[in-house]
Design a protein around this ligand. Structure first.
Ligand code: ISJ
Length: 189
């Protein structure tokens, strides 16, 4: 996989909505992938022989406009690709407040290629919040990233976003299903 971290961060501003208020959710099984309350890592692992995390970049960075309430302060931005049997399926972008990063009880800053979900879903202190979804067109950095993965974006993409509460801080995790994932999920509908 020929991916460069020169363009990090790849994330784009996305308009998320609550699935409860939406009548235009996709059909199953894509809807199940979007709304599964459990760890996406676990679901992906169960869908392949070999699961990999490729870190595109991790750095203190200002969030995107409107991405979170503290958009003026830097947060730890982690962007990864989650691959199934060598094929990138998910682009994930996570925002971690500095206060959590500095907490010696957690190793978010040194995760490397360990999936974030192994931390988020294995701590009684971390509470997963509600899931939001988005269907969007991209012609920006995300589209360029997909093209560099030999997955040209020819249709809208679907993604989900979730807040994870820790003490009085929030970790924001967004996951975008890349074209290869969409094709496979829809093929097996
Ligand atoms: C939040 C989870 O962790 C996954 C792994 C991520 C990572 O390693 O950066 C980011 C988002 C998720 O797809 C999960 O497994 O649900």
């Amino acid at each position: 996989m020929n991916v460069t971290s020169i363009s990090f961060p790849y994330g784009e501003a996305i308009q998320w909505f609550s699935p409860q208020n939406s009548h235009n959710l996709p059909n199953m099984p894509l809807r199940d992938w979007l709304l599964d309350e459990n760890s996406l890592t676990t679901k992906l692992r169960n869908h392949c022989q070999k699961f990999d995390v490729t870190v595109l970049g991790e750095h203190l960075h200002a969030p995107l406009e409107g991405e979170c309430e503290q958009s003026s302060t830097s947060m730890w931005i982690r962007e990864v690709l989650l691959s199934l049997d060598g094929t990138p399926w998910v682009f994930a972008r996570t925002l971690i407040p500095q206060a959590i990063l500095d907490n010696p009880l957690y190793t978010f800053a040194t995760l490397g290629t360990r999936p974030l979900g192994e931390l988020l879903f294995n701590s009684n202190e971390i509470r997963p919040g509600n899931i939001e979804v988005a269907q969007f067109e991209t012609c920006g950095k995300l589209a360029s990233l997909a093209l560099s993965l030999e997955q040209p974006v020819t249709d809208t993409l679907w993604g989900r976003r979730r807040y994870f509460e820790l003490a009085d801080e929030q970790i924001i995790v967004s996951e975008i299903f890349l074209p290869a994932a969409m094709q496979d999920i829809i093929k097996h509908a």
